[in-house]
Design a protein around this ligand. Structure first.
Ligand code: AMP
Length: 174
């Protein structure tokens, strides 16, 4: 089964994604994680990605879709995967569509994600970067929800509860 977790930064996507991947016995794929790893390379593209991450901007769509397409073509993704972070906008979807079976929307109010992100302490969690990322999410990523809703594969999960409650809720839909 191919599942996409979608929701604002700080909605619990990575915690829930890891759990769900283990539950479904498929890999958990996070584009944020891929880019954070790349940004540790001291030369070339790594340094470009580092700046993009720190500013809270998106890596360009063409580079991103190639990296994702390549990762999803690996043998471990044959029977499915849990995706966190792609597509981030309609253009990425147009460039490469992973053809998800299910899209799980983790719904957490903006006020709460702000509160969570402020307390997280990741290197790209400076207040200005958080604001840029949330703006991008609401403007570019959220429109994908309508697209998946029309496809009939979107499910909405209330993301405000404790981790276990949210997990149980997600399990009902896969
Ligand atoms: P995340 O962990 O999903 O919040 O992603 C962290 C950062 O990685 C984002 O702020 C972007 O800079 C970059 N990133 C992750 N996924 C994508 C994507 N699909 N397209 C472009 N940039 C991405």
């Amino acid at each position: 089964m191919k599942v996409l977790l979608i929701g604002p930064q700080g909605s619990g996507k990575s915690t829930q994604g890891r759990f769900l991947a283990q539950y479904l016995q498929v890999p958990y794929i996070s584009t944020g994680e891929i880019f954070r790893k790349l940004s540790q390379e001291k030369v070339g593209f790594g340094q470009i990605v580092k700046t993009i991450l720190e500013e809270g901007h998106l890596v360009d769509d063409k580079t991103t879709y190639k990296i994702v397409k390549d990762r999803l073509s690996q043998p471990d993704c044959k029977s499915g995967f849990v995706m966190d972070g792609y597509p981030r906008n309609m253009e990425q979807l147009r460039l490469f569509d992973p053809k998800f079976d299910r899209v799980i929307y983790l719904d957490v109010p903006e006020k709460e994600v702000m509160r969570r992100l402020m307390g997280r302490g990741r290197s790209d969690d400076a207040p200005k970067s958080i604001k840029t990322r949330l703006d991008l999410y609401y403007r570019q990523t959220r429109p994908l929800l309508d697209y998946y809703r029309k496809q009939g594969i979107l499910v909405e999960v209330e993301g405000m509860g404790d981790i276990q409650t949210v997990q149980n809720e997600i399990k009902k839909f896969v």
